[in-house]
Design a protein around this ligand. Structure first.
Ligand code: GLY
Length: 425
């Protein structure tokens, strides 16, 4: 099987890595990829938002299966374009991807299908946001309706922070058109868990659970990022958790989307808050989570390619899929200045040293070659994963790998998984 992976992050590097371990896969291509992916795939210089060029490349190279990493090409209709051309792609249509590309759509979908989610109001003016914020009280969650590269969620704690947030949405228009509508949502307390399932449009199969750490600062402080670390499994979950989420979230979504004429094929990611009143959906993503995927796929046994091909064909089959009992922890090394304006061009060394350590895997994200030197080229630079029989060992291994890697301004959280392990889970 010839496969094409669309994207250039650590998640796509992990996907390429999992496809390489699938016995059916003979050749792997990636567009546009990165220097780490280049070690395992042939790179195509096609940007992720050039949907016609990606379809052209898939047809020319006789690709049997295309896997899409980021949300942007899905929202732009890569699924529709490939389907029109009879090319097999793992990922939803743009109508189905609205679960991620419109927070307002996702919220009203949850209401329509009785899926538990925090209360929210859609606002299009400053006055409406203020009114809704007054109703919910502080802290309050403000979400840009459209795609904002993981940065469109603000959580003002007081009036002054709300004024600053409103200036970003309506004054500076920091989120552009994506922030023209704002979902104002009640703040709910609990433990956040990521739940991913593979759907063939009719039924779903859960992937292993995971947790991610979205804030830049230790102790979950500071602005949201794309994700600073993760571990799989999530641990300490109530008994029957997977079944409950399949029955109350994943299956109702797949069935509800089918009823609404938006058949959902691909990976469905539910960001959940485990509250005192039960799990509530904070968000949906129409793609694999980043960095959760780096941790989850390292635990996968069996053919990843066969699994997603069966879903793309509408005939989901479990095959020999199972999960290693070990824990994987993933720590993200980000560039100086992330998530604001990350600095680029800092020399990176020590990746081979890290990879030589037992149970360490390093995935590239914001890296590129400049005059033969590997340098930083984006916010999240590398994902460093460690495997172990328990969370403590996995974390120790990941941090040991991270310690071997050097670049000026290396930024990371020292407390990934610390809350879970402190609870003795
Ligand atoms: N880790 C969260 C996300 O992928 O959106």
């Amino acid at each position: 099987m010839r496969v094409l992976v669309v994207g250039s992050g650590a998640r796509e590097h992990a996907i390429v890595h999992a496809l390489r371990r699938s016995p059916e896969v003979s050749e792997v291509f990636a567009a546009p990829g990165n220097p780490g992916i280049a070690q395992a795939a042939d790179l195509l210089p096609v940007p992720v938002d050039d949907v016609p060029a990606l379809a052209e490349a898939a047809a020319d190279l006789r690709i049997d299966l295309t896997v899409v990493g980021p949300e942007l090409p899905l929202a732009l209709g890569i699924g529709d374009e490939f389907s029109k051309r009879g090319l097999r792609l793992f990922g939803p249509s743009s109508a189905a991807a609205q679960l991620e590309s419109s927070k307002v759509f996702a919220k009203s979908f949850c209401y329509r299908h009785q899926i538990a989610t925090p209360q929210a109001v859609c606002a299009v003016t400053e006055g409406q946001v203020r009114e809704a914020a007054k109703k919910f009280g502080f802290p309050v969650v403000l979400k840009a309706d459209g795609l904002a590269a993981g940065k469109g969620v603000l959580i003002p704690n007081n009036q002054e922070e709300l004024d600053g947030a409103l200036e970003m949405f309506f004054g500076r228009r920091s989120f552009g058109e994506a922030g023209a509508k704002v979902l104002v949502e009640e703040f709910v307390v609990g433990t956040e868990v990521s739940f991913m399932a593979i759907s063939d449009g009719v039924k779903g199969i859960p992937l292993a659970t995971s947790r991610d750490y979205k804030r830049i600062g230790e102790g979950d402080t500071g602005p949201n990022t794309g994700g600073m670390g993760a571990h799989s499994p999530a641990m300490g979950l109530p008994k029957g958790f997977g079944r409950t989420i399949m029955d109350t979230v994943i299956t109702p979504v797949i069935q509800g989307m089918a009823t609404e004429g938006r058949e959902y094929r691909g990976v469905l990611y539910a960001g959940l808050m485990l509250t005192e009143d039960g799990p509530k959906v904070l968000e949906f993503n129409c793609r694999f989570g980043d960095p959760e995927t780096q941790a989850v796929l390292l635990r996968l046994e069996g053919s990843f390619a066969a699994l997603i091909k069966s879903a793309a064909d509408g005939q989901l089959a479990l095959g020999g899929l199972s999960w290693r009992r070990e824990v994987v922890a993933c720590v993200v090394a980000a560039a100086c200045g992330y998530p604001g304006s990350p600095r680029k061009g800092d020399d990176i060394t020590g990746i081979e040293e890290a990879m030589a350590l037992p149970a360490v895997t390093v995935y590239h994200a914001g890296t590129r070659f400049e005059d033969g030197r590997l340098v930083t080229s984006g916010g999240r630079v590398l994902s460093v994963c460690g495997r172990g029989p328990d969370l403590e060992t996995a974390l120790e291994t990941a941090y040991c790998g991270l310690g071997a890697i050097r670049f000026a301004g290396k930024t990371f959280r020292r407390d990934i998984g610390a809350d879970t392990s402190a609870r003795g889970e």
